[in-house]
Ligand binder design. Sequence first.
Ligand SMILES: [Zn+2]
Length: 495
Amino acid sequence: MPNLTLNRLTGRNVIRGCWLALVATAWLAAAPAGPVFRAGADRTDVTPELGVVIVGNFVTPASTHVHDPLYARTLVLDDGTTRVAFVLVDNVGLPRFVCDAAKQLIREKTGLGPAQVLIASTHTHSAGSARDRVGGGTDEIRDGFEGGAPVLGPYQQFLATRIADSVRNAIQRLEPAKIGWGAGSEPTQVFNRRWHVKSEELRRNPFGGTDAVRMNPPTANKDELVKPAGPTDPEIVFLSVQALNGRPLAVLANYSLHYVGGTMAGAISADYFGVFAERLRELLGGDAAAAPFVGIMSNGTSGDVNNIDFRGRGTPAAPYEKMRRVGNAVAAEVYRAYQGVVHVPWVKLEARLEEVRLATRRPSAEQIAYAEARLAPTAGKAWHPNEKLYSRHVLRAAAGPAEVNVPVQAIRVGEVGVAALPIETFAEIGLELKAKAPLKKAFTISIANGAYGYMPTPAQHQLGGYESWLGTNRVEPEASVKLTARLLAMWEEMK
Ligand SMILES: [Zn+2]
């Protein structure tokens, strides 16, 4: 009996030993040589309740209906060592303290630090306000200039939570993936919106003076139009991730177009950014039963670029018609370029976040005196239709801080460099970053990690126009030179 037991045990051990050896051999054969690259994507609804005010224009109406929902769209990449998250939120501009609140939640729930998380606004002009404390319908912009840690209003808190939820969802969906990048061009949908125009009256500014250029000139008289004041960037750059079997997981695209607009009054809409995402999902046909494909459009450097063909402007389009046309055209171009993308099994990831100290725009004594005079009950006929609003901006800037810390972020995804600026950046700044980037391909995501108004170049400041006005522009005229130099250095360090 003891022998039999021994034999039986030995036999069983032999069988188990063989089985373990087989498993080990099979595992070793399947194991990749290096670290595994993984990707996960998500979209989470961030549509506000009706009544929250819509911001993006000079009037801020309360929302009365939802045309199409708003989302936080997230792509998480993981190279086995470093993990980064890109979150694009359908909003005109999340103030820094909302982004910081979301990043704090993300750190608590996932361990992912703020440098590894990019939170940017798409810049749709038909989303709920995340600017003021309670979404109460003011034009007061709370963007971190005031300092301190403000208490979040209900919609701001909801946004921060949902952004963190979206990152958590994307992390939960991480799977082994291949990654690639591509680039296309759509020059027919971008127009520089700053123009040299003949009449001085068209170039009046709200500070009692006259500029050299005019934003969005009226086009009834085409003879007024001399030439655009700057270039456009028609390129669409994108990152693409696929499951190991080739199933599309997500595309993160970047196009330098401000927004399209053309919504009905009171409507919530994600603008062409939402149309693009839906159209690309249709074209790439992701398998919704597995992990739903997520198309994501980020805003490039579009501070001076919109969708209005000033010279060829014809009859107005029906509501939503234009944004559909633009979203479909851009998705079609990405789909075309997608066919040539080479997806590779692994790329290196790296992310950095730094603060750059900038001076703020300060009004002169003369500007303050003019603003006070225009706000007085005795003020006569207006020189400019928005002079009261800008007079308030002048007085607020005079009382505000003299300097501000602005976050800049650089992310490397293999041979692609991503820059992130918390500001509405002019096209030529993005073109310069692309031209000088020490990586094979580069693009810039604007209005990321905060919203600090517009950033023209120093030369564009000289021309004047809406984007240079104190209040619309809040950081020093040399800001673009300083931030560009810093971003190029950050890319250089991670090359
Ligand atoms: Zn804007």
